[in-house]
Ligand binder design. Structure first.
Ligand code: AMP
Ligand code: MG
Length: 539
């Protein structure tokens, strides 16, 4: 074991930690240290320090992410830790940098993008013996900022901070968040893209992940035919993050791509299970480790609707809507396959990987759907028809996805159950009065009866079935209107909603009856209120 790995349970202050910089050590840096926007060549990153802010103040801290890293919450909201996590101080041993990457945005090659406002400070060994990057988002401009300011507003930072941790607690791979720091500086954003820019409070999230490398880090090298560097980056990623595959070789590159496809398939299957919509699945927002990365205009389905997207910028094309996510993940993997092709002996390895994506996604999403329904599998005769009718029903009237599946566990499976007993547990899931029309009620009751018959075949005691369903169907998700309430309160200096939500979202599958109101349908006032349902990309 590496001697730098701290013994589990060694918790200390950020200021006392020893930092590592394996990415910087292993890969070539941009020799130009000028922090001005430009095209960077033959390098994986540019060394750049965060730009100091006026008054860094710690607004929120994730105890869980702190525990992972063995860092205790600082005693004070101002002082060394907020200075470091606000970008005003670089600790000895840190070698901050912005990574170079490109990407396909909305289906088109966009060329160089890169960390335009994220700066990785250093790596830290976590208590479970893995190296983790500490990355500040909103830490000031870098050579990759293009025409933008390198900053982030409070609202988008709160959303990223909360959702990173909420995803982790849902059991979905994600980058994590350690801290949220107010900068004391204003950031100007045209939130509605209507020519009316406003000053908003700025903030910085410290993100944490074993790596923030994206598909786009490889794409930019392939696009510029920097093939030596492409190999060097691939070898670094395999050595650091896929070491179990063995030393890099043509065979290992093939296995590696297959594993990326497998992880991406699992990731998207989980998103579909909980009704999460990423909102901006550009290839620069796809993690090479299969993590949820870059929380922007994301959201959870409220009414079940395959076409729904939280991203107002995508309202026309709906490229990144809920139902399209598996297809887009595959499309993005094809872009990655093209970028990695120069490393491969032939394209069959890449085709094999893409086939693994399809197979893994199908198997995983079928199993997750079975779990959601409390069934061992959905492979029996008649299951396809049962599911087909369910999804038709869910879309025929506006039905809250989270509530419907969670409440379905409460519907009796007994043959003798009357229509009223079948329907009553589900009432809270409907937004649309049409759901209570007699014809719709009869249709739903008929489905519930068929479902009950199918459930009885499993011969699982009611209690175990319910417990199993509850583990697949979260009760609490970070609905956008709840996040917005936390943001509004925090902007007034009140962190209580954020703290409460973070605590509840640590146990999303538990009942927690004291917090029932956080598991209700989105109220009607929130349907069209900015930030409460759909969002713009402005952040
Ligand atoms: P995103 O849509 O947040 O994934 O960002 C796409 C690209 O734009 C990335 O290269 C970001 O670093 C860059 N970017 C987004 N916002 C800013 C900003 N305020 N300042 C500099 N670069 C930004
Ligand atoms: Mg991004």
């Amino acid at each position: 074991m590496n001697s730098r790995i701290p013994a589990p349970g060694m918790v200390g202050s950020l200021g006392d930690k020893q930092f590592d910089n394996s990415f910087v050590r292993a890969l070539p840096a941009d020799p130009n240290l000028q922090n001005v926007p430009r095209a960077v060549r033959n390098a994986c990153y540019t060394r750049v320090d965060p730009t100091p802010v006026r008054l860094p103040r710690l607004l929120a801290w994730s105890e869980h992410a702190g525990q992972l890293l063995g860092i205790s919450r600082p005693d004070s909201d101002e002082g060394l830790v907020s200075e470091v996590l606000g970008g005003n101080r670089v600790l000895p041993g840190m070698q901050p940098y912005a990574a170079r990457y490109g990407g396909h945005q909305f289906g088109h090659w966009a060329g160089q993008l890169g960390d335009g406002r994220a700066i990785t400070l250093a790596e830290l060994w976590s208590v479970d013996g893995k190296r983790h990057d500490l990355q500040l988002k909103g830490a000031g401009s870098t050579p990759y900022s293009r025409t933008a300011d390198g900053r982030a507003v409070l609202r988008s930072s709160v959303r990223e901070f909360m959702c990173s941790e909420a995803m982790h607690h849902l059991g979905i791979p994600s980058t994590r968040a350690l801290s949220l720091v107010a900068t004391g500086d204003a950031v100007v954003r045209d939130m509605f893209y209507d020519g009316n820019p406003q000053a908003e409070p700025g903030a910085i999230v410290c993100r944490v992940a074993p790596s923030f490398i994206r598909f786009g880090n490889f794409e930019i090298l392939a696009a510029n035919e920097e093939l030596e560097l492409l190999k060097q980056l691939a070898d670094y990623v395999i050595g650091e993050h896929f070491a179990e595959l063995g030393a890099p070789s043509a065979r290992v590159y093939a296995l590696w791509f297959e594993e990326i496809c497998r992880r991406t398939a699992m990731l998207v299957a989980h998103w579909m299970r909980v009704g999460f919509v990423h909102g901006v699945m550009n290839t620069d927002n796809m993690s090479i480790l299969g993590l949820t990365i870059d929380y922007g205009p994301y959201g959870w389905l409220e009414g079940y609707d395959l076409q729904w997207t939280p991203n107002t910028t995508d309202a026309q094309g709906r490229r990144y809507c809920y139902g399209n996510q598996p297809h887009i993940a595959q499309w993005n993997l094809v872009r990655l396959a093209n970028a990695l092709a120069p490393l491969m002996a032939n394209t069959s390895a890449l085709e094999q990987g893409l086939a693994v994506f399809v197979e893994t996604f199908e198997n995983a999403s079928n199993q997750m759907l079975a779990d959601k329904l409390g069934l061992a599998s959905i492979a029996q005769e008649g299951d396809e028809k049962l599911l087909g009718e369910l999804f038709k029903l869910l879309q025929s009237v506006e039905t809250d996805m989270t509530l419907f599946f969670r409440l379905l566990a409460k519907v009796p499976a007994a043959q003798t159950a009357q229509d009223g007993a079948l329907l009553t547990p589900l009432r809270r899931a409907f937004y649309d009065e049409g759901a209570f029309a007699p014809s719709q009620q009869a249709r739903l009751a008929a489905w519930l009866r068929s479902f009950g018959a199918r459930v009885r075949q499993e011969q699982v005691p009611e209690k175990s079935r319910m417990e199993r369903m509850n583990l697949a169907n979260p009760k609490y998700v970070l609905r956008n209107y709840l996040a917005q309430q936390a943001i509004d309160a925090l902007a007034q200096g009140d962190a209580s909603m954020l703290t409460r939500l973070m605590a509840v979202l640590e146990r999303p599958y538990d009942e927690q009856p004291a917090h029932d109101e956080l598991a209700e349908r989105r109220p009607e006032w929130a349907r069209h209120k900015p930030g409460c349902s759909a969002l713009s990309c402005s952040s």
